[in-house]
Ligand binder design. Sequence first.
Ligand SMILES: [Zn+2]
Length: 472
Amino acid sequence: MCSRDKSIPERGPTLVRPNPQSDDSRTCGVPGCEICELKKPFVFPKEILEAAENRKLVIFAGAGVSTEARGVFNLTLYEDTRRELKIGSRKKISFSALMSLYCRRKTRRMLLHKIKNRFDYMKKFPEIYKHATRFHRELSTIPCIQEIVTTNWDDHFECECDATPIVTPDDFAAFSDIPGRKVFKIHGSVTNYGSIVATAEDYQACYRRLRTGVIGSVLKVLLSSKTVVFVGYSFQDEDFERVYRLLNREVRGLLPSSYIVILDEDAKATLASVGINIKPIITDATFFLATLKAQLVKKKLMLPDERYNGLEKAYERVFEAQNNIFRIDPRRHPENIYSLVYQDGLMHGLEDVIGSRKSGRFSDGHMLMLMHMIQSYEFLRKRYLHAGNYWEVAYIEGFRNGLLYFLSSDKKTPKLPLYYLFGCGDITNLRDYRKLAKRARNLHKSAYSFVSRLAASRIHTKGVSFHHAPFL
Ligand SMILES: [Zn+2]
């Protein structure tokens, strides 16, 4: 057991437990809520909104929006390491110098174990994990943010925002030109402990690479042509100053308007005193993103996150409806096979939307991706119908209806067709379906004949039925 360093304050009890699920665009109204008291009102810079509209907004993220955010752990990694090494409160030591000292007194292997234990611990407790990923979850659905640079080691941008990590020049060669969100991890990644930049020696090597290597060159182009918003950094954070000064020097002062979202009320004076030409926005970083999101929704540049509400519930309803159909022997009622395959398509369509939430690709206000998909499915549906392949037609209609359900803004009175028969309109409940199914043979003779042949030739045992895998 290490002795307690009195210089590091113990965190007191939380009077009001923060609710990490709460809507970050407004305050929850609970007096003393630790999260909402950070949501300081601010004037949203027009320039940032324009940059977002033109997909020229880059987020540069530090540890303050992740594992080292207030309230995630009792002690930050820096505080915890100081305590373990019994370093007194008067001694000033930078983060990287502290990590070097740790490696000298112990070993680098032990440092990496310490970092790993911290991440493992966080992932074990959903409350901690949710708190550490609050910023990432808010960012995830914003389709205009496609480029992120971070000094963080964690994989939160990968897991929560569907970003492809670029850590090494090989990653860059493999993934730089594929579409989709990317995160440049200039201090390495927890998914590859060998890449972690922690000690003073690591920092030197890292900044040498950034000055001369391919990733550094890309960053310079990115940062000299786009609007950069730094989040999760404090002025005590050596990462911020080093990175900012290096990049500013390398692009010869060409960094266009840069901003820093920070809670320090004296930020403007502090920045001026150290000669950093960057505009402060005094508020909480997640609140800043939520405000950006609200503006983008207002301008119809993205769909509100509420569109995703109710999708899991809808999925459960389809699942139950499919169970109703599964109980009926398809050899006696082959028309039911169409409902089964339609329901497979419907569930897969909903799964596609739910699974894509993190990438923000369906949140685009112009709905380009969705409309393109819906049109291509319509084209395919016609082709299969023409070829008399009714099995695929039912599946495609289900998939398409799953996508269309996401687009419907009113999910309180949802009209989700749950069953399917050829020759009928939408069927939303079992009672109507049963009535209509009695006439299936005459509603669409060729579709009925197709599925009767299918059932007779393939199903020889009671209790088995057909399933469509999730692809076309
Ligand atoms: Zn609150």
